[in-house]
Design a protein around this ligand. Structure first.
Ligand code: ADP
Ligand code: MG
Length: 392
């Protein structure tokens, strides 16, 4: 479904359900991670983009303190009041919205002057690594800010969404997803600095797009593998703090040249893990320079390097993701490809010439099917505008 159709369907369902037009409608997109993998918790850099799919949140004020929230695709409704906002164990989709409402009011939503009637609908595939959860939080945040006349900047709203995700949805995510949804711009990448929590956009130019290729890989022990990677990064940062004559709090502070000189003091595994975020930071900074020059081949080469680093150093790739990247490398219209997100399964992000999209997806699907028996889900994605108010 296109965004306009989603919007029309939402408004029509809202009117049927609540017998009035929504007072405010806000939109927020999903995101893709383009370069800079596992760098956020190392206080490093990430390139991401807002995608051309998203979620709309429509809302009107209630006369009293009651709140009604409907998931427009399931047509399920949760009812509560401004003084009973709490994480729910059933209809857990509501937690992204109620958590955002809760933290918009600093944990005291009972202080809101009135309740509301809300409904949301989107076209981002859920749980596919495109961050439908952050999109839901960010469209909720913008719509409720407008409804209540609350003024907050984009970073503050991103942090509120992140807090909702931590405390109501139980997912300890970084700030990347929410920030990308808020700061995205058409035809541009978002460059995030997770030391300063500052975000800027860098234009990509026309004639280029991304392709997300979702593997069907599901691997056990993902949580344990994720935790052990984080631990290795922390251990390595402590080690470098002891041997380098400069302040090191995170791997962000260590260069690849320093890693080469001092890695001997680390265990083989910890040294390998540390090489990944250190190298990724350097690739993002280098990538920004190449993008400014319009060097898509150069930028794409960094994406391939990023995947090699995942495959060999961080070991957060898997056979299915390697198949996709190896197949991409043989296609001239693909500039670059790498796994995107946590890894151990999930999706790859390809930088492509969109005029060859049909050929690229057919080739990748064919090679994937030959090796793994089923077909990956493939979608073409244009970097698009970030969250905004649509009506009201
Ligand atoms: P991702 O963010 O990668 O899509 P998550 O597991 O973090 O995956 O979030 C997906 C969850 O967010 C869904 O299971 C659902 O609870 C909620 N959600 C997000 N968008 C919607 C939507 N449009 N309709 C219903 N639920 C949604
Ligand atoms: Mg999510």
């Amino acid at each position: 479904m296109q965004n306009q159709e989603v919007y029309d369907e939402l408004v029509s369902k809202f009117e049927k359900m609540y017998g009035e037009k929504p007072q405010v409608v806000a939109y927020a997109p999903g995101r893709i991670e383009v370069l800079g993998n596992h760098t956020d918790y190392n206080e490093g850099y990430v390139f991401s983009a807002a995608i051309d799919k998203g979620t709309f949140f429509a809302v009107s004020p209630a006369a009293d303190g009651t709140c009604e929230l409907t998931a427009g695709d399931f047509m399920e409704t949760a009812k509560f009041t401004t003084s009973t906002v709490a994480p729910a164990k059933e209809m857990t989709w509501q937690n992204y919205v109620t958590g955002t409402f809760n933290w918009l009011f600093d944990g005291n939503p009972a202080s809101a002057k009135h309740g509301w009637k809300g409904m949301f609908l989107g076209n981002i595939p859920l749980g596919a690594g495109l961050s439908s959860s952050a999109a839901l939080e960010m469209c909720t945040a913008l719509a409720l800010c407008r409804l209540y006349g609350i003024e907050k900047d984009k970073t503050a709203l991103a942090k509120i969404g992140q807090k909702a995700e931590h405390t109501f949805a139980g997912c300890p995510c970084g700030l990347l997803d929410q920030a990308s949804s808020m700061y995205g711009r058409e035809g541009a990448l978002v460059k995030s600095d997770f030391r300063t929590n500052s975000f800027e956009t860098v234009s990509m130019g026309d004639g280029v797009a991304f392709m997300m290729v979702k593997s069907n890989a599901k691997h056990a022990l993902v949580d344990g593998a994720y935790a052990s990677r984080r631990q290795a990064c922390e251990d390595a940062a402590k080690y470098f703090a002891g041997v380098l004559r400069k302040k090191v709090t995170h791997l962000r502070d260590v260069t690849m040249a320093e890693w080469v000189l001092y890695r001997g003091g680390l265990s083989e595994t910890t040294a390998k893990r540390a090489a990944h975020p250190i190298g990724e930071d350097e690739r993002v900074l280098q990538g920004a320079v190449l993008l400014e020059k319009g060097d898509l081949n150069g930028f794409g080469a960094l994406m391939y390097d990023s995947h090699e680093s995942s495959r060999n150093w961080f070991e957060n790739s898997c056979e299915e993701l390697d198949t996709i990247v190896d197949a991409a490398k043989a296609i001239p219209e693909v500039y670059g490809a790498r796994l995107s997100g946590g890894g151990f399964g999930g999706s790859c992000c390809l930088l492509v010439d969109p005029s060859a999209a049909a050929k690229i997806s057919a080739q990748i699907a064919k090679e994937y099917k030959a090796k793994h028996g089923d077909e990956p889900q493939i979608s073409l994605i244009k970097p698009s505008e970030g969250a905004h108010i649509v009506a009201g």
